[in-house]
Design a binder for this molecule. Structure first.
Ligand code: DGJ
Length: 745
């Protein structure tokens, strides 16, 4: 095999390649670093300099010079969205970044001490190679180090930049993106994951048009509204065919993902910290590191794009002992009790849960201070003895004695105005002195940019975590930031506040997860308000959405799966009528949706009737039997809830060796005279014969219609029959689901 990063001194081209993708750039005669190509694999032994567009003055950098540039700046003729913008000491904003040198490093160097930013990693140097290219602006002394890691077995490039002031004057960064990539045409659909609280990650697609189109967040968290992920796909791209790019940012704060189509119908995509809410002052000698951007290219559809992200995020972003361990089936008391519980009630719930097969009981909000409602006590991380007279340790010991684990909810970044913490430190809450502070969910946010507040939280939360046998933590975050300001920052550095906030959050995550490595942490932000790769580098799973309705979850989990693996998606069965939608769905359907994730229950099991109890016990047995497949199998999307009216959804998980698969098929509303429909499967072995069985009802007409041995080839070409006997179809009902279990015979 040739070296994965080739440098040609003759043509001055750099080419990262792994047989699946190529990323190529070239040092121009004037020293600037130009972008040649990111996408399909090209022959690294040949020059690709001709891929550079030429001749369009209005499209040039330094009018007439070759473009596009690898790390574009402003003011020299390239009027498109830049990667880097600055204000120099004389007030000017123009840079001339010129190639200095490059280094090729086996593996992927860890981020530098002090960066405080999460990133993907390798476990041995033969998994990847890294290119570092150094550019410099002679006049100001600004130095830019661009870093590109190509993974040997993944169609992925991980990119970031470090900007350093080697000059003698202070420089102010006004925008420092993680990546900018130029594509030679604009025939792309811009695919985003957007929504709201309880409606996260809906897939929204639009054709790229001339001008700028973007998603982002300026709320202090990656947000429910837009996920820090976008894809580009051709109009004809499907799940299994065609070109797709994925752009994913390993970051949890304010971000921007933007595409611009210029006058010549070329496209530039940029991804990074939102420049709307960012400035950074670089004193002489200072440096700034951007978050990591993960770039994926697929010529076999959106499915392969997601495969690449799932594998990378499950295996080389998640870390710690829980990365590879099976995740427990948990029961969380939130929707079961809200704030109204005492020890006896919780033990009743835990006992009933244990009897049904649950492995972990999680005590949610309301165990601390005097928290009987969301009006009080955030910040007071000591147990409420009115509810739990025997303390957390007393409760946890009793739960453990039942033979199951004990987990706990915390919301470290928040403070209630009615709390002892606020009485002691009113200045710790974010706000602009002299102006009113906006409350949201009746709470304020702690200034996580201040190290002494992070230290305080580490101290008190370490005590809580050490005080009882706690095996799981749910780390919530229920509001975003208003009146951004830190009393610890000087006036000219307030633009650093949002990034410093997230660095503080990462610091606390790193310290707590390191100090308590045996605890499984799950992140949450009112559901999926911070479901991003930044936090998935610290904790392997996240609460996908506060919406536990099975029908809503089809769309939420489908959208989330574009970028994130099932092992990262908390998915729970809740009571009906559903607390978010009032919808009543069969308990089997709620489970059939929640199986495709990390299964849990969000209800009071003591209120279940005997039939539902039997159903839950059966579900848990089923999930445990197939847990490895659900949590680590390859997820394949088959029929989208965002297409054709969204009445049907289908997806499947396949074992790595394709010996086993489970297909989920869901129908929202029943229709008379169903079509003689077939569901073509993917990812099976064409030469394997599979036994097909069904869940939950082995005698269901649709299961019977598909029972028996079937060739993998036939299942992929002809598919499962979805048009069973029409006379029986009327009995199928609304909100129905079917699982087909395929096992090699
Ligand atoms: C929002 C979370 O998403 C819920 O699951 C629950 O933990 C509440 N917060 C508790 O306040």
């Amino acid at each position: 095999m040739t070296v994965p990063i080739a440098w040609s001194p003759e043509t001055r081209e750099l080419h990262l390649h792994n047989g699946r993708i190529s990323y190529a750039m070239r040092v121009h005669d004037n020293g600037t670093l130009g972008h040649l190509h990111f996408g399909a694999a090209l022959d690294p032994s040949r020059s690709h300099a001709h891929l550079e567009p030429t001749g369009f003055a209005g499209f040039a950098n330094r009018i007439g010079d070759p473009v596009p540039l690898e790390y574009p700046t402003t003011g020299t003729g390239d009027y498109r969205i830049p990667a880097l913008t600055v204000e120099l000491a004389d007030g000017s904003t123009v840079l001339d970044l010129v190639y200095q040198e490059h280094r090729i490093i086996p593996g992927k160097p860890a981020r530098r001490e002090g960066d405080g930013l999460p990133a993907t990693y390798v476990e041995s140097d033969d998994e990847a190679d890294t290119l570092e290219v150094i550019l410099a602006d002679a006049r100001s002394g600004l130095r830019v180090e661009l870093s590109y890691t190509i993974f040997r077995d993944r169609p992925v490039i991980a990119r970031s930049a470090r900007i350093q002031n080697d000059g003698t004057d202070t420089i102010r960064l006004t925008g420092a993106m993680s990546a900018a990539v130029d594509l030679p045409d604009a025939r792309w659909e811009f695919v985003q994951l957007s929504g709201a609280w309880a409606r996260e990650n809906h897939v929204v697609s639009r054709r790229l048009r001339p001008g700028r189109q973007s998603v982002g967040s300026d709320r202090g968290a990656s947000s429910h509204i837009h996920n820090p992920f976008v894809a580009l796909r051709r109009e004809t791209t499907t799940e299994e065919d065609g070109e797709a790019y994925g752009f994913s940012l390993v970051y949890s704060g304010n971000f921007l993902a933007e595409a611009e189509v210029d006058a010549f119908d070329t496209t530039r995509v940029r991804l990074g910290i939102s420049p709307n809410t960012f400035t950074w002052t670089l004193a002489p000698g200072g440096s700034f590191a951007t978050p990591e951007a993960v770039l994926v290219y697929s010529d076999t559809g959106l499915g392969a794009m997601s495969d690449a992200l799932h594998g990378l995020y499950r295996e080389r972003l998640a870390r710690g002992s829980w990365r590879d361990k099976p995740r427990s089936v948990l029961l969380n008391n939130w929707e079961g009790t809200y704030y109204a519980f005492d020890e006896a009630k919780l033990l009743d719930i835990a006992t009933a849960a244990r009897d049904l097969g649950v492995e972990l009981f999680v005590l949610d909000d309301g165990w601390f201070g005097e928290r009987d409602a969301d009006t009080t006590s955030l910040g007071d991380w000591f147990v409420d003895r009115r509810k739990l007279p025997n303390g957390l340790d007393g409760l946890a010991a009793k739960v453990e004695a039942l033979g199951i684990g004990f987990g706990l909810w915390i919301e470290p970044e928040m403070i209630s105005e009615r709390s002892r913490l606020f009485e002691a430190h009113p200045d710790w809450a974010i706000g602009v002195p002299g102006r009113p502070r906006t409350e949201s969910r009746q709470q304020l946010v702690l200034d996580m940019s201040r190290p002494e507040i992070v230290d305080h939280l580490f101290g008190v939360l370490s005590e809580v975590l050490a005080s009882a046998p706690i095996s799981y933590i749910k780390w919530d975050m229920n509001r975003t930031i208003t009146e951004p300001f830190s009393s610890a920052l000087p006036a000219d550095r307030q633009g650093e506040f949002f990034h410093r906030y997230i660095l503080g959050v990462y610091d606390l995550y790193a310290r707590l997860t390191t100090a308590f490595p045996e605890i499984l942490f799950e992140s949450c932000a009112g559901g999926g308000g911070r479901f991003d790769p930044g936090l998935l580098a610290f904790v392997p799973q996240a609460w996908t959405s506060d919406d536990t309705d099975a029908v809503e979850r089809l769309r939420i989990q489908w959208g989330t799966s574009l970028a994130y693996p099932l092992s990262s998606m908390g998915a729970h069965v809740a009571a009906v009528p559903n607390h978010q939608t009032s919808r009543i769905t069969p308990i089997a359907t709620r489970a059939a949706v929640a199986f495709f994730g990390v299964l849990g229950y969000e209800l009071d099991p003591t209120t279940l009737g005997p039939a539902d109890q039997r159903a839950v016990a059966d579900q848990i047995v089923f999930y445990k039997t197939h847990r490895d497949l659900f949590q680590r199998g390859r997820f394949v999307r088959l029929r989208s809830p965002f297409e054709e009216g969204g009445n049907q959804t289908a997806w499947m998980v396949v074992a790595p060796d394709a010996s086993k698969a489970i297909v989920g098929y869901y129908q929202v509303l029943n229709r008379p005279v169903p079509a003689a429909d077939r569901l073509r499967l993917r990812g099976l072995d064409p030469d394997t014969v599979y036994g097909v069985s069904g869940w939950p009802d082995a005698h269901d007409p649709l299961v019977r219609a598909n029972a028996g041995p079937r060739g993998g080839d036939e299942l992929m070409r002809n598919g499962l029959s979805l048009g069973a006997d029409r006379r029986e179809a009327a009995a199928w009902g609304d909100f129905k689901s079917w699982l087909f279990i395929l096992e090699a015979v």
